[in-house]
Write a protein that binds this ligand. Structure first.
Ligand SMILES: *[C@@H]1O[C@H](CO)[C@@H](O)[C@H](O)[C@H]1NC(C)=O
Length: 323
């Protein structure tokens, strides 16, 4: 190595050490924030008096501890795998008493099983953290980090963080289609209902942006009619429930539209839609090729992140075509 380069490196580390102190150590991995429902909840509902919980077997049987954790999964969930790719430990549930001090800098998971875009989604679960409350907690979180790092550093941490939001599935399965002749299904024809919830979702994403989120993955809904619980109730021959498939088919392209609108209003690709529907079908139709599909997909995102470019750039391959 050229001596002057070495000196420069030494100087840089020294400046870093002197100017930022312990911050150098914690700024290595990007912070990560998660909002949404059971697909991404990693234990908040354990702290709530609700029936929407995953604190008993078989949840967690493939988790490293082989114990239920509150994740609605046999093992790791998507946020865990994303954390792995960020080179960070999994985020803690926001309600966890362990979420203190330096742990706050890893990020936080605000998700709560059972919730949806609408406040009346999941009312049967009684005590869950609806999305407006999740966003209030995000504000509270930022105040706590400001107290720790100062306002500027806290803002920077939030602006540079990766954000994942997963909403919408429950507005169908735990609202519109929960019971025959549900209130919402009497109020709206399906296409009008989709338009209504998409309009509400846009407000939620705008709020997220206003709160400082700048790199946001928005997941579309998967094939809702193929969910085992729905197959059990609605399918005689094992084929996926048609009405719920139609709901997802209406929802996903409109989600892409509002995300494009928002990005063009902002003038930057802040939001990226992840095509959960296509990933799911790719996986079913060609499991060998996609045995590692989630990891491949995440690699795409993180190549983009590490280059300091918005995820949208390299991630386009996975965006749902608008028409
Ligand atoms: C849901 O409730 C919150 C908090 O009460 C409120 O601010 C928000 O406007 C409500 N959303 C809808 C769609 O009614």
């Amino acid at each position: 190595m050229h001596p002057s380069l070495l000196l420069l490196l030494l100087l840089c580390s020294l400046v870093c050490f002197l100017a930022l102190g312990t911050l150098c150590a914690v700024s290595d991995a990007r912070a990560f924030f998660i909002f949404g429902d059971s697909l991404v909840d990693n234990g908040n509902n354990n702290y709530l008096a609700t029936t929407a919980r995953a604190d008993a077997p078989p949840y967690g049987i493939d988790y490293p501890t082989h114990r239920p954790t509150g994740r609605f999964s046999n093992g790791l969930n998507i946020p865990d795998i994303i954390s792995e790719y960020l080179g960070a430990e999994s985020t803690l549930p926001y309600l966890s008493p362990e979420l203190q001090g330096e742990k706050l800098l890893v990020g936080a998971n605000f998700a709560s099983a059972g919730i949806g875009i609408l406040n009346d989604t999941g009312i049967q679960f009684v005590n869950i953290i609806r999305i407006s409350r999740q966003l209030l907690y995000f504000e509270e979180y930022q105040e706590r980090v400001s107290a720790l790092l100062g306002e500027d550093q806290a803002k920077k941490l939030v602006n540079q963080a990766l954000v994942l939001i997963t909403l919408g599935g429950n507005d169908f399965v735990n609202n519109y289609y929960l019971v025959p002749y549900s209130v919402r299904s009497r109020e709206f024809a399906l296409p009008d209902y989709v338009q209504f919830i998409i309009f509400e979702y846009k407000k939620i994403l705008t709020r997220l942006y206003d709160l400082g989120a700048r790199r946001v993955i928005v997941t579309g809904t998967g094939p809702l009619g193929c969910v085992p619980a729905e197959l059990a109730v609605r399918s005689r021959d094992g084929s996926c429930a048609a009405e719920l498939m139609k709901a997802a088919d209406l929802f996903n392209p409109q989600l892409v539209h509002i995300v494009r609108d928002l990005n063009s209003q902002i003038g930057s690709d802040v939001f990226t839609v992840a095509n959960a529907q296509r990933m799911h079908f790719d996986y079913i139709s060609n499991p060998q090729a996609y045995g590692n599909c989630i990891k491949l997909l995440l690699q795409q995102i993180f190549i983009a992140l590490n280059d300091g470019e918005p995820p949208g750039r390299h991630y386009r391959f996975h965006i749902v075509p608008a028409d």
